[in-house]
Structures are given as C-alpha cells and as structure tokens.
Write a protein that binds this ligand. Structure first.
Ligand SMILES: [Zn+2]
Length: 321
C-alpha cells in the first residue's frame, strides 16, 4: 500500500472544513424567547446557536463549550429559527455571489465566442470584435439569468459550504495534525449494525448531507445538515467506540429515499427543518459491512477520533469537499 499525497490532501481538506464549521453561527438566540409554548409530539434535538452543533441532550456544547441551546422541541422556538434562517437565506455571502457571477461570465463568454465563431464560419456575420462582444455579452447575461441556480448548486457540491447544522465526532482535527497511525482491513462490528436513515441500507456508520433549496428564496442552495453516526467496531486489532469515527467517504445523492414522506418530515423537524419550506436533496455515505477500509488516527488534539477512508485511493468527496 502506498500512502501518497491524496491521503494527506484528505486530512488537509478535513481540517480546513472543520475550522469553518467551528465558527459558523450568529449570536441571535431564539431560545431566549421563553419556553411556555406547545411542544412537538416527539423528541427533537438541541441546536447550538453559537456553532450549529446538534445534540440529543443539553450539556455544555461539546464543540464550543457554550450553553446557547435552541430547544427545537418548542414550536415557537423552531418557528423563530425558521424565520431567522429564511431571512439569512435572502442574503447569501458576497464571496458566494461573486463566485456565481464569475462562473456565469466564464460560461456565457465561452458560449458567445462559440456562437460568433460558428456564425462567422457559416458566413452569416463578419467575425470581429463587435460581433464577439455582442454575442459574448448576450450569452453572459443569458447564462447568468438561466444558469445561476445551477451554477450555485454546482459550486456548493464542489465543497465551499457551511452546513447550518452538524453533528460529528469531537474533538475536531487540529490544524497541525498529521497521520499518526493507520489500520487497514474489514471493520468487525461490535454491536448491532445501523440502518442509514435515507437509503435504509445496513451499515457500520453513515454520514448524511442535506442540501436545501427554496425557489425564489435560497440563492444558491445551501447545506442545512451534516451528520455522522457509527457503531462500535474493531479493525486490524484496534477498537473504535460507537460514534467515535469521522467518515472520509464520498457522499452520493439518494434519489429514492427508503423513508416515507412522513418519516422524512419528522426527521427534518427533529433538526429544526421544515419539509414544506422547499426542496431537500438527500446525500449519504455509509461504511459497508464486509468491505475493506483504512482508518487513520490524526496526531492532534488528544482524543481526536480517527477518520475512515476507502482503501482504493481517496475518492473526491463530492458534496462537501
Ligand atoms: Zn456550540
């Protein structure tokens, strides 16, 4: 086995992304509105208003150490969060807006120049700067008008995203970490397998991603969830506890979810999301029973969970990286 640059790249990507996750949220606190209103009929999660960490209970936030929990059980709290996020979606970050604009200009210019060249070859127009500029400008405007959502989505899928909610093993990998140890083999489960929520597939662990788009509102689509869960397993003589491994596997779209619409609605509501608000695209990665993986232990900080990768080279991450 050769441990090349791709492995190091994967760790570096993970560190960059986690630094972004750790400083995600604003300081508005819907939980301060009080808690006297009706509750949801089933248990919902707690959302940290500082860093976006999702938790089943409300100790000090395992990620940022604060206790700014948004108790999503309460309808009026969840509604306040919903309204705040709807407002935030109307103002995408300038950096993202410019990325979309520049991609539109590049796509439009390529189309315009191609059209002008084609017409010139057909003898319909003289190929000169006026026709190039005219067609290029027209195509740029058209590409931006028709394609900005598509371009925005493609940029999000490439990985410049910040999920508004996340739950993954902590602590996060330190910036200076290197790979301290590795194990390769078939993870042997030490307990019942999990069922991946979206696809229903049995697995040793899963990562979920949810991309949300509200036509006329979200511009472009945004990541609203990243969540990892895993069962305990042994690999190559080493033990990994439940919920103590980070998945470094490519996320893929789940176009035909196994869960019913009401189950999907409940799953999202437990995380402070509302199926009626727009379109939710579901993504998933799983650790398959019986397949071989590589588990890497980063060198820092102390107690940092290992990262599980595919053994057949490190594939591009798809949705997040
Ligand atoms: Zn937090």
């Amino acid at each position: 086995m050769v441990w090349g640059g791709a492995t190091v790249d994967a760790i570096a990507r993970l560190k960059r992304e986690q630094a972004v996750i750790a400083s995600k949220r604003s300081s508005i606190r819907p939980h301060q509105l009080g808690a006297g209103s009706p509750k949801e009929s089933f248990d919902c999660m707690f959302l940290c208003d500082v860093c976006g960490y999702l938790c089943d209970t409300d100790p000090a936030c395992p990620s940022c150490g604060r206790t700014a929990w948004i108790d999503l059980d309460y309808w009026h709290v969840a509604e306040a969060l919903r309204e705040r996020e709807e407002e935030e979606r109307r103002h995408p970050p300038d950096r993202l807006k410019w990325q979309v604009r520049l991609a539109s200009v590049a796509a439009g210019a390529a189309i315009g120049i191609g059209c002008a060249g084609g017409l010139a070859l057909a003898g319909l127009v003289a190929l000169g700067w006026p026709s190039l500029l005219g067609l290029g400008g027209g195509a740029t405007a058209l590409a931006h008008r028709l394609g900005r959502r598509r371009i925005g989505r493609a940029l999000m899928l490439r990985g410049s995203s910040r999920p508004t909610r996340w739950h993954m093993p902590l602590p996060l990998v330190a910036a200076e970490a290197v790979v301290a140890a590795r194990a390769v083999g078939q993870p042997q489960p030490r307990g019942p397998l999990l069922a991946a929520p979206f696809s229903g597939r049995p697995c040793l662990g899963y990562e979920l991603g949810v991309l949300f788009d509200a036509p006329g509102d979200a511009w472009p689509p945004i990541w609203v969830l990243r969540e990892m869960r895993s069962s305990a397993f042994d690999i190559d003589g080493r033990h990994v506890e439940a919920d103590a491994v980070t998945l470094g596997l490519p996320l893929t779209a789940v176009t035909r979810p196994a869960m019913t619409e009401s189950a999907r609605q409940r799953f999202l509501r437990q995380r402070g999301l509302f199926l009626a608000d727009g379109q939710f695209e579901l993504f998933e990665a799983i650790v398959e029973p019986g397949a071989a993986y590589e588990v890497q232990w980063p060198s820092a900080p102390a107690g940092v969970p290992p990262v599980i990768h595919a053994t057949t080279g490190v594939a591009p991450r798809g949705a997040y990286r």
